[in-house]
Design a protein around this ligand. Structure first.
Ligand code: NAD
Ligand code: UDP
Length: 339
């Protein structure tokens, strides 16, 4: 199968490129390097010994995307490209709505022109909102999001559903709701490389462990959980990547819209992650307890049964492997790709 990954030089896209190539599929990548580096794709090629066709382009640029998609005519498009920083989305909502929604609309329009039919979308558990009680099931109603980033995912899901509905059984849309992607490829050659101060827990812990930051602030220890800190469903990025291989294979052989949670089904607290990482890196990761972070939900984890039943996929790696691989990436590349 021929796949085209928008945002494929990013964190999840680059790991998915490895999994796709290893499964015997072809990979083309479109990225504008807003939050990534072509170096990630060079390393994907090193890991797999296979080549990737790389296009530097904005996925919202219709003329450019028409040219690229015409040249590639992929069996399946996996749409990772997007802006993803929750806090930044509150400060810059129009940039987030413009970039995230425009890219999706452009792809749908060009796909229609060229008769391309299969689409896999990077959605997020954030669409379950604050009122659903975990484990989250795909059949639960979507909730109200707490920030513009979340709303862009919510809206893109709706746009894709509506486009598929109107396509008279032509389109195949797979909406993947990721839980908390963490870790790195086992080689330690590719991993998460956030710009500036990390917003997310795992890259923050990694940078404390490697000495780039002094300590982690744990956002609240007064939640109604066993140790008082929030719980999340942390999924190894290579498990997530393998989920995309199954999802794309599913997309090309079905029509309609399907939603899948990609998570492990197992919740871990912030302190569980600090302790597991401390074990992996061989020293205690320094932390202090701080106030709660606005917009955080107490608990979020998946019911991952549907992906297992339909895609024959389930997460295989646990938090020890997650922390081992994240540490390997961080300690081999203390400044990320920027060295
Ligand atoms: P990332 O920032 O590492 O990757 C996104 C990639 O898209 C980057 O390489 C960026 O340069 C590129 N990009 C952004 N706008 C573009 C545009 N207009 N044209 C071309 N390229 C563009 O992020 P990631 O963690 O790999 O996330 C991938 C997708 O998964 C995103 O849509 C994100 O919202 C979604 N997601 C991520 C998480 C997470 O925790 N990482 C969770 C749920 C959903
Ligand atoms: N968290 C934290 N300190 C940090 C970053 C995150 O305590 O510096 C906590 C956060 O409050 C949440 C969990 O770690 O309970 C996961 O946060 P992340 O931002 O990684 O993911 P999300 O909140 O989007 O699930």
């Amino acid at each position: 199968m021929k796949t085209l990954l928008t945002g494929g030089a990013g964190y999840i896209g680059s790991h998915t490129a490895v999994a796709m190539l290893e499964a015997g599929h072809e990979v083309a990548v479109v990225d504008n390097y807003y939050n990534s580096s072509p170096e990630a794709i060079r390393r994907v090629e090193q890991i797999t010994g296979k080549s990737v066709t790389l296009y530097e382009a904005d996925a919202a640029d219709k003329e450019k995307m028409r040219e690229i998609l015409k040249a590639e005519m992929p069996d399946c498009i996996i749409h990772f490209a997007g802006l993803k920083a929750v806090g930044e989305s509150v400060a810059k909502p129009t940039e987030y709505y413009r970039n995230n929604i425009d890219t999706t609309l452009t792809l749908l329009e060009v796909m229609k022109e060229l008769g391309l039919t299969n689409f896999v979308f990077s959605s997020s558990a954030t669409v379950y909102g604050e009122d659903n009680v975990p484990p989250f099931l795909e059949t639960m109603p979507k909730g109200a999001c707490t920030n513009p980033y979340g709303w862009t995912k919510w809206m893109q899901e709706q746009i894709l559903r509506d486009a598929e509905f109107a396509s008279n059984d032509t389109l195949s849309v797979v909406l993947l709701r990721y839980f908390n992607p963490v870790g790195a490829h086992e080689s330690g050659m590719i991993g998460e490389d956030p710009q500036g101060i990390p917003n997310n827990l795992m890259p923050y812990i990694s940078q404390v462990a490697v000495g780039r930051r002094d300590h982690l602030t744990v956002f609240g220890d007064d939640y109604d959980t066993p140790d008082g800190t929030c719980r999340r469903d942390y999924i190894h990025v290579m498990d997530l990547a393998e989920g995309h291989v199954r999802a794309a294979e599913y997309a090309v052989s079905h029509k309609g819209t399907e939603v899948f949670n990609l998570g492990t089904g197992n919740p871990y607290s912030v302190l569980d992650m600090v302790n597991a990482f401390s074990k992996a890196c061989g020293h205690q990761v320094k932390y202090e307890i701080g106030p709660r972070r606005a917009g955080d939900v107490q608990d979020s984890w998946a019911n991952a049964d549907k992906a297992k039943a339909v895609l024959h996929w389930e997460a295989k790696r646990g938090i020890d492997e997650i922390c081992r691989d994240a540490w390997k990436w961080q300690s081999n590349n203390p400044q990320g790709y920027g060295e």
